[in-house]
Every structure is written in C-alpha cells, then in structure tokens.
Design a protein around this ligand. Sequence first.
Ligand SMILES: [Ca+2]
Ligand SMILES: [Ca+2]
Length: 222
Amino acid sequence: MDLDSLVDTPRKQAMLGISVAFMIIFPAYFAVMPMLIDDDLMASSSGGGPSGEWVVRFEETSITLQESVNLGDGDSHDTFFDLESDLMIGYVQVVVACNDNDDLTPGFSDAADVASDVSGVNSGNFSDQSDSGLCQGDAVTLRWDVIPGYNGTEYTASDMSENEIRAQWDDMGFARGTWAATITADVSSSPGIGPLNDNDEDYDITWTAMTFTLSLEPVVEL
Ligand SMILES: [Ca+2]
Ligand SMILES: [Ca+2]
C-alpha cells in the first residue's frame, strides 16, 4: 500500500487528516489533563495525604461454629472457637440460645449462665465477659469489638486519605487464637409434679467472627 492509495479519494483524505489531528491532539490532551484535575483528588487516588470524600463499604464474610448440647440442672459445657483469618476481623461473639418448652406448668423458665475464657486468644487485649438469660430465644450474647466501633455499615468519609481510612479499620492482627466459654444450665421446674417434670434443656451455641475486606470508592464531584 502506497501513500497514493491512502489519499486517492476525498473521503480517504479527510480520514487521514482526522487521524493526523488526533495524533497531535491526544498527547497534548494527556499532558494537560493532570493540571485540570483537582489537587486533592490526585492526592487521594494515590493513597497519600489529605483528600476528599470516600464511600467506605465493608464486604463481610462470617466465620461461624455451631454446636448444641443438652444439659441438666447445674451441668456445664465448655465450648471452643479456634479463630484464624487473613482478613480483617470486626468482632467476635458467642450467642447461647435456648427455648424452655418442656415444663408441665408455666412460669419456670430455664436459664443459661455463660462465662467466657479469653486466655487462649493470642493477640489483643480482650476482657472476659459473663451474663445470664432466660431460655426464651437468644438467652445470652457476649460480644467483643476487635475494631472499636465496628458495625459493618457503609458510610461516607470526608477529609480523609485512603491510608487513614484503612488504618481506622485495621484489626492489628488481634483476636486470633482460641476463644472459649462455659455454659451452665439453670433448669427450673415446678415443684411436686414428679418424674415427668422438666429436668433438662437444649442449648444452641453459635460463635461468629465477622471478617471483612474494605472497599473504598472516591466520590468524584463532576
Ligand atoms: Ca423449666
Ligand atoms: Ca427445660
């Protein structure tokens, strides 16, 4: 193909002219463009210093362990939750649920006493918790925030850099190790009914560690 065949019609001449124009215009466009973009936006998109707004989202994945146990009055059960994750961990919780429905007469609801043991958690400074509750659904919930204020709700951050936001939602590698709790049954039965009376309770134990990856999207004002 020679030059003559490229420009042997008015249409081809016009196309060639447009092509040459773009070859000149595009480099000029990209040379000038950064100067037209707001300085703050450039700083934030590079992960650096002060910046504008970000939509912050938490893409959550829960790690759970469930077990059920039947206990008589005063019996105890130890439950263990071995936790490892490469993702950030927002919180760890254990829920003990029970539903006392085997009383012959109403008014004698069983209960759960739950006490944690965080001595097997290798990292972070967590305190033990304990609580009691009646067997009418979720009797006891013990929860530890690994990252203070974590709730997984999307929000818009203002005047923060990407690095600052990521630092805010960094779990520091905490909460790995073995979480444990002891469930003690408090079975209550109406007096004087005999051997058919309520003498046990089923307890459902659910451990949850909420892990997440952070999604940051700059808010670009057009
Ligand atoms: Ca009962
Ligand atoms: Ca019962």
